[in-house]
Design a protein around this ligand. Structure first.
Ligand code: GUN
Ligand code: ZN
Length: 448
């Protein structure tokens, strides 16, 4: 691992967003592409960008010359489970079976502090090696495992939002808490970690099935008691789950309403999935400022359903992009975005590359209230950056050459076409370097 240079200049093609790009057919609205620029970083923050044709950093700048590569803000994964690297790619189950058969046993192992510490380090290093520099993460029910995750993020200087999972029913031995013990653990974790460095605490209800109404009420109270807490949970993912929640909460209008009644919906609330919502629910999301972490690879892999992004746009509520590993099949947000395109294609809609990328960068940061810090390349942002090869392997390289018009007799395509091909064909093998607050933390095969 390299030390952070005080003054670091990174040469690459810079891509980010200044505002929300238009939905539907791609336009360049909100897209900022600065080919062959130096991005200037001082003391971990972006301080400017200059065209390489007109500017050369002086000797007081350490230079990382990534010319010919693409530099983006680090991806933000708004919903992912640390203990579930053990169960990624497990065969043959829908959500409820999958939890019983694979996931709960894996999470039970995190009761062991050594397993939890190893798991936290492996997970965060894997995020960085897949181009994700900030994440909203499910830990397990265990306080020590959650401590380990916060500590490991602090060591890496990463932006992390996480919390101890709340589960006081319908979960096996070793994974259940109770209202009093859970409240005590949450209070201790909040006091120790919330707002420490780049860590923030999320009240973490696994889903309405695994918490009693009393625990829900306690969770809502925690959120009101402490400034700036996040809330994360799952909602309306799977039809069997929908039926179960309706039977457990007959008084609620809908699954989402269960959370609303407990006071859990607010602008820092992140709800994974939201496939089986209705128009009332979508309006409730808009009105409360809560948003959906769309998890396409998980939704396809577990056979949960096809998220209606168009309906979210029409209702005006936020959507970010999440891997949801281990229900999801890759930590790489490029792969996740490629799956998102296919989900919308199955719904008869074509997701453009700008909307997709924005939802994994600036859009996610804005929805989380973190746009002062991450998600873009504005001056003043922390330098959480990822440098990507435009293509990896012969097929992607050929496709990229077509897009660039680098083949004889082939006209160059527009930038959207090139970036869309990059998203669709790319994955973590395209990653050249990851920086957290200006420090190189992954990807060392380049020479400067
Ligand atoms: N619903 C409740 N728990 C989980 C989980 O771990 N993963 C997913 N995808 N859905 C859930
Ligand atoms: Zn999940």
């Amino acid at each position: 691992m390299m030390q952070a240079a005080m003054k670091l200049a990174l040469r690459a093609d810079l891509l980010d967003f200044t505002t929300t790009p238009s939905w539907g057919n791609p336009t360049m609205d909100g897209v900022r592409f600065r080919p062959d620029h130096w991005l200037l970083v001082d003391a971990g923050r972006i301080v400017g960008a200059e065209a390489a044709a007109a500017f050369a950093p002086g000797p007081d700048w350490q230079r990382h010359d990534h010319r010919g590569r693409l530099l983006l803000p680090g991806f933000i994964d708004t919903h992912v489970h640390c203990p579930q690297l053990d169960v990624i790619a497990s065969w043959g189950a829908g959500l409820l079976d999958w939890l019983e058969t694979y996931t709960f046993p894996a999470e039970q192992r995190f009761a062991d502090p050594d397993v939890a510490a190893d798991g936290a380090a492996r997970f965060l290093d894997a995020l960085l090696a897949h181009g994700t520099t900030a994440a909203v993460v499910f830990s397990t029910v265990h306080r020590t495992a959650t401590e380990a995750l916060f500590a490991a993020a602090g060591q890496r200087g990463m932006r992390l939002v996480t919390g101890k999972v709340l589960m006081d029913r319908h979960a096996p031995d070793g994974l259940r808490d109770d209202v009093v013990g859970a409240e005590r653990d949450c209070e201790a974790l909040i006091a120790r970690w919330h707002g420490q460095g780049r860590n923030a605490y999320a009240v973490t209800i696994r889903f309405a099935v695994t918490s009693t109404p009393e625990q829900m009420a306690m969770a809502g109270e925690l959120g009101r008691r402490h400034e700036g807490l996040f809330m994360q949970t799952h909602v309306a993912e799977n039809l069997d789950e929908m039926k179960w929640v309706a039977a457990l909460y007959p008084e609620a209008r809908s699954y989402l309403d269960v959370y609303h009644r407990a006071g859990l919906l607010h602008p820092r609330a992140v709800l994974a999935h939201g496939i089986w919502l209705d128009a009332h629910d979508r309006a409730l999301l808009r009105d409360t400022g809560a948003h959906i972490a769309h998890s396409p690879s998980s939704n396809l892999f577990l056979g949960s359903g096809l998220f209606d992004w168009q309906a979210a746009i029409d209702a005006g509520h936020g959507v970010s992009i999440a891997s949801d590993v281990g229900g999801g099949t890759s930590l790489c947000q490029l792969r996740t975005l490629a799956e998102a395109y296919k989900v919308q294609a199955l719904r008869g809609t074509r997701l453009n590359a700008w909307t997709a990328l924005h939802a994994a960068t600036r859009g996610a940061a804005e929805l989380l209230g973190l746009a002062h810090e991450i998600g873009h390349l504005d001056t003043g942002a922390l330098a959480d950056l990822v440098v990507w090869e435009w293509a990896h392997g012969p097929v992607a390289s050929h496709r990229d050459a077509v897009a660039r018009g680098a083949l004889p007799g082939v006209q160059a395509q527009d930038l959207h076409a090139r970036v869309f091909a990059w998203i669709t064909l790319g994955d973590e093998r395209n990653l050249a370097a990851t920086y957290v607050a200006g420090r190189l933390v992954a990807g060392v095969r380049q020479t400067f």
